[in-house]
Design a binder for this molecule. Structure first.
Ligand SMILES: *Cc1c(COP(=O)(O)O)cnc(C)c1O
Length: 357
């Protein structure tokens, strides 16, 4: 009898699946979801729109109208093409697969988004992490040393970075892009609605960058849609490894509909940016807590003891993310997603229980 152990790759056998904790009954502030749903009347209209979708047909593999609409509404430069992914996670996986030549490498700052490394490993690419500075700004000099040494296929720069929230300095980014002449630099703007800064207008200005985004953090994590903009020469190649019908008809129809109502999502993002400022000053005022500047819909906070903080908040029914074991630079750090003002108030009340009295 065949056993999985005889067939599955040893590195896969040794792994555990991506952990998603059970959040039943909890205030879920661990995964950078937008706490707001759609207004009831808009949801009603969306439902009517979705009722007309032909579920019996395969989705369009390269939906021209939706791609054009994204280009228009997201200010994608005319010289760029766009590629959709089932979440930007799938785009990362497609890039890894397409670049997986023997000996190919990926360089990215660490701590950073875990899927860069995971995807690289799955595709047999070597991952080289370059530590950020202790204040989580980019160590451009060290990154450039690593790029020179390893000549990676891909360099990831999350703008802003997860889990630190750091918006890297543009001049540092320019130096890295200039140094990475033999690489593709992927600028990951998953948190763009909260950053308000973007490289998208410059996506066609360099022949070695693509700009990647997702609708997940701005309120549509459930539909799984990411997109990537870049010069046609890149998009053409990555499109070849795209699973044939990767964006389902309901996701396409939902995106098509909601791109006509971006004002609703933009207002939610503006509200969350204001909540972020309020939460940052409240948490920073608590003894023993350091809040790092964040351009995302989350805050990275150093607490006296991350494990105690996680458990104390859980006791108050608040689920956060303990990132303290992800990287030595994150010692005793937790990541708090920005919720509604009520949720945030609940979280602050729970954090106050941690303060020495
Ligand atoms: C959440 C996140 C993503 C993945 O987004 P999906 O579109 O939901 O797959 C990509 N990059 C960064 C930095 C993220 O934080």
């Amino acid at each position: 009898m065949t056993k999985a152990q005889d067939i599955i790759r040893p590195d896969v056998l040794a792994m555990t699946s991506y952990p998603v904790p059970d959040s039943t009954g909890l205030i879920k502030l661990d995964a950078m979801e937008n706490p707001y749903t759609l207004p009831a009347d808009l949801a009603q209209h969306l439902g009517e729109h979705l009722a007309g979708v032909a579920l019996n047909r395969y989705p369009a593999p390269r939906p021209a109208e939706l791609l054009a609409k994204i280009k228009r509404t997201m200010n994608v430069p005319a010289a760029c093409d766009v590629l959709f992914g089932n979440g930007s996670d799938e785009l990362i996986s497609m890039m890894s697969m397409a670049c997986s030549r023997p000996g190919a490498k990926v360089v990215a700052p660490v701590p950073g988004f875990v899927m860069y490394e995971m995807s690289a490993r799955f595709a047999h690419l070597e991952f080289v992490g370059v530590p950020l500075k202790a204040d989580f700004t980019l160590d451009a000099d060290e990154l450039i040393v690593a790029i020179d040494e390893h000549t990676p296929a891909l360099v990831y720069l999350a703008y802003p970075n997860n889990p630190t929230g750091t918006l890297y300095d543009d001049a540092d980014m320019e130096r890295v892009i200039a140094a990475a002449k033999q690489s593709l630099v992927v600028i990951d703007e998953a948190y763009q609605p909260f950053a308000e800064n973007s490289w998208m207008p410059r996506a066609a200005d360099f022949d070695n960058i693509v700009v990647m985004r997702t609708v997940s953090k701005r309120g549509l994590a459930g539909i799984r849609l990411g997109y990537m903009a870049g010069r046609p020469g890149w998009i053409l190649q990555f499109d070849k490894v795209r699973p044939p019908y990767n964006i389902n008809v309901l996701t396409q129809a939902t995106a098509d509909f909601l791109l006509n109502h971006l004002d609703v999502l933009d207002a939610q993002a503006a509200d969350l940016r204001a909540q972020r400022a309020a939460l940052a000053s409240e948490v920073a005022a608590l003894p023993g807590m350091t809040v790092f500047p964040s351009a995302g819909n989350f805050l990275l906070v150093r607490v006296p003891d991350a494990a105690v903080a996680f458990e104390t908040l859980l006791t108050s029914r608040v689920l956060i993310k303990n990132v303290s074991k992800m990287h030595p630079l994150l010692a005793n750090c937790v990541r708090l997603t920005i919720g509604t003002s009520e949720e945030n108030a609940h979280m602050v009340a729970a954090l106050k229980k941690l303060a020495p009295n």
